[in-house]
Design a protein around this ligand. Structure first.
Ligand code: GTP
Ligand code: MG
Length: 358
């Protein structure tokens, strides 16, 4: 997309440089290699594979190791974090995957009703399997969750376990998978029970990225959604890339009604006295709306986009009340705060993979 491409290039090249600075890729270390092998060996043994992807990047978050695995009714594509993606884009992606003969399912792992519906769907699949394969009533079904890091595999597994049809005693006894905002949290394959009579077990697995990601745009999207560790590249570059997306979207227009409510200085004072996130979110939205609306340049022109983003950083330093001796350090703090708001869905809903480009 014109207007975002220079930011994609900058961020993507930074990520590429880090990955090439080590003899083997920094994200594909020996832990990942071992986990990848263990997962691959188990795939033929399980009854279902749930490939968890990020609904914001339905293609860029594909688990490449599954490519050599034949597409079958055994595999279900989960578009998780649907609450963070653009709703109508998710519907279009669902239709696309169905057309391609995949079985897709969009999920918000934090939503109980959503998880309940998915459990019903999965149990119907399990019943079909048992009938078609003439399995005995005592057959235990195993379902493996796979995917790239940080797409919400463990959160999904935990929710299925918590909502699952097992006794309270079993829930109390059984362990939980660790969930974290940072990629690479899960290190081992963990089994969680999600249904009894007949038993269904779910296997949570470590997130795996391919050893090399050659596509610069793809690595930028993976970085923005949180699949690649933040410590490995410049947070300002990431925030600039996000702002270039926000500035070209329609999301900020929804913030018009809050734009005239309070002057920025008063707002900053209020933030200093009130640390609830709501006030900060409103102030950030208001500031971004004002800057974009007042901007007279052409946002398809990269120079103009750079100028707007510089102005937005200046405003955001005030909104977040960041004072630092170094300009660079201040911008990094602003970037970290902005990215955190984006990743928790408080700065709009964006689907970064475009169906038209597929
Ligand atoms: N908004 C939203 N956040 C989610 C959802 N699912 C998971 N998360 C969050 O995403 C982050 C990553 O979740 P995890 O379950 O640890 O991800 P993972 O895929 O297991 O990550 P690795 O173990 O590193 O491969 C956490 O902060 C979760 O709370 C969802 O459906 N919506
Ligand atoms: Mg995990």
């Amino acid at each position: 997309m014109a207007g975002t491409s220079s930011f994609v290039q900058k961020l993507g090249n930074s990520i590429k440089k880090v990955s090439e600075s080590k003899s083997s890729s920094w994200w594909y270390n020996h832990h990942m290699r071992a986990a990848s092998r263990a997962i691959f060996q188990r795939i033929p043994l399980v009854d279902f594979v749930l490939e968890v992807r990020d609904a914001r990047i339905p293609v860029s978050s594909a688990y490449e190791q599954l490519r050599s695995f034949p597409s079958s009714s055994k595999k279900i594509i989960i578009l998780n974090k649907m609450d963070l993606a653009n709703n109508s884009n998710t519907k279009e992606w669902m239709a696309y995957f169905k057309e391609q003969n995949y079985v897709p399912y969009a999920i918000n792992s934090h939503n109980k009703d959503n998880i309940k519906e998915f459990l019903n769907f999965l149990q119907a699949k399990v019943r079909d399997l048992r009938r078609n394969a003439h399995l005995s009533n005592t057959h235990t079904t195993s379902v493996m969750i796979v995917g790239i890091p940080n797409v919400g595999k463990s959160a999904f597994a935990n929710s299925l376990h918590q909502i699952g049809r097992i006794t309270a005693a079993e829930k109390g006894k059984l362990k939980q998978a660790t969930v974290s905002p940072h990629p690479g949290e899960t290190k081992n394959i963990t089994s969680l029970k999600i249904a009894s009579h007949p038993n269904i077990y779910i296997l949570d697995t470590p997130g795996i990225l391919p050893p090399k990601i050659v596509d610069i745009e793809r690595s930028s999207k993976l970085a923005l959604t949180g699949a690649i560790a933040d410590s490995l590249f410049d947070q300002s570059e990431l925030a600039q890339y996000f702002l270039s997306i926000l500035n070209l979207s329609h999301e900020y227009k929804k913030w018009e009604k809050i734009s005239g409510e309070l002057e920025l200085d008063k707002k900053v004072n209020q933030i200093m006295n009130d640390h609830t996130q709501d006030v900060v979110v409103r102030a950030v939205r208001q500031a971004l709306f004002k800057d974009i609306s007042a901007f007279k340049g052409n946002l398809d022109d990269e120079k103009d986009m750079v100028q707007l983003i510089e102005a937005q950083f200046t405003t955001l330093r005030k909104v977040f009340n960041v004072n630092s001796d170094s300009f660079e350090a201040a911008n990094n703090i602003v970037a970290g705060k902005l990215i955190n708001l984006y990743r928790t869905g408080r700065l709009g809903h964006y689907t970064l993979d475009s169906l038209q480009e597929t």
